[in-house]
Design a protein. Structure first.
Length: 154
């Protein structure tokens, strides 16, 4: 049995995995305690944190090489997640270049955020970049409404 995104399982799912794997013990779980984001849906990060205790004899393989991100991004992410309580230690690394420095802009609300993002896109366009080479990524669908409004007006 294979369970992906194990860090986001809830207690019922965890017990089901225990029951289903108890006969043959053929179980593989994939997950990252630092990526647990669904507590509000009942996910228990303790499921993955206690996996080795609850499944003695398991083999843990840490996949620490990152192929997508720059060194700068990994360093920043590592600094943030180092504050997670009870986390399993890991050090992500990459053979990719360091990349561009990270910038942080503290904005008052979603309107200021949209205004800032649209301004950044405008600057990129004025510096010779094409709109077809740009993308906006946002975490929640709710953020799209204000961004769409500002983009339509511009």
């Amino acid at each position: 049995m294979l369970v992906d995104e194990f860090q986001d399982t809830n207690m019922v799912q965890y017990r089901l995995v225990q029951q289903l794997s108890s006969v043959h013990g053929n179980l593989c779980v994939v997950g990252d305690d630092d990526q647990s984001i669904y507590r509000w849906r009942g996910a228990e990060v303790g499921n993955i944190l206690g996996f080795e205790r609850d499944f003695p004899g398991c083999t843990t393989i840490r996949l620490e090489q990152n192929y997508r991100s720059t060194g700068t991004i990994l360093e920043a992410a590592g600094t943030v997640v180092a504050n997670n309580v009870g986390r399993k230690g890991k050090t992500l690394w990459t053979e990719n270049p360091d990349g561009e420095p990270i910038t942080l802009e503290a904005l008052a609300d979603d309107l200021e955020e949209a205004r800032y993002v649209v301004g950044q896109l405008k600057q990129l366009r004025q510096s010779g970049r094409h709109l077809r080479d740009m993308a906006l990524l946002y975490r929640t669908n709710a953020q799209s409404r204000v961004l769409h409004g500002f983009l339509r007006r511009r």
